[in-house]
Design a protein around this ligand. Structure first.
Ligand SMILES: [Fe+2]
Length: 167
């Protein structure tokens, strides 16, 4: 679908559709690859390339978080009843990640190298912790709880085709 291409979300395969954690983790890897390329470009002082890679990374990550918040977290809460704050704490991490990302983007726009390095380090630390928590804990629980009646495949499809402003 063209909507996927517009945000760079990978189209699901049969294998992806069978595993929420597989699809979500591969999307994380895509973001982390872009982040590494953006950092490498900045270190090589290719600032225009670094800026373009940063934009692509930020757009993909924001979309990933919004798709989780709109599609995955509500589905998880629906099957668990009360999830003991699991998705609420992930939501809070998303809020802090967006703030850290915006601070980094502001430092990039200001062209302030020292602030940029600090903001980047802070953001990357937060992101890696969040990704680790989701991949080693939350996605595995989601796989276990949402694997009936093709629900996982449906959730993957809905996240892959998710467009901002609606599920
Ligand atoms: Fe997340």
């Amino acid at each position: 679908m063209s909507s996927r291409g517009a945000v760079g979300i990978p189209e699901e395969t049969a294998e992806d559709a069978a595993s929420l954690s597989g699809w979500l983790s591969r999307d994380h890897s895509r973001h982390l690859d872009l982040l590494a390329k953006a950092t490498a470009a900045r270190e090589a002082k290719s600032f225009e390339e670094a800026g373009a890679l940063f934009e692509e990374f930020a757009r993909g990550l924001l979309h990933h978080m919004e798709a989780e918040e709109t599609v995955l977290f509500p589905a998880f809460r629906a099957v668990t009843g009360s999830d003991s704050g699991t998705t609420a704490s992930l939501d809070e991490e998303h809020v802090r990640l967006r703030q850290a990302l915006e601070q980094w983007a502001e430092a990039i726009r200001a062209g302030d190298g020292a602030s940029c390095a600090i903001a980047e380090a802070e953001f990357v630390t937060q992101l890696r912790k969040h990704v680790l928590r989701e991949e080693t804990f939350f996605y595995r629980m989601a796989d276990d709880l949402l694997n009936d009646d093709h629900e996982a495949a449906d959730l993957v499809r809905r996240m892959a085709s998710f467009q901002s402003g609606g599920p």
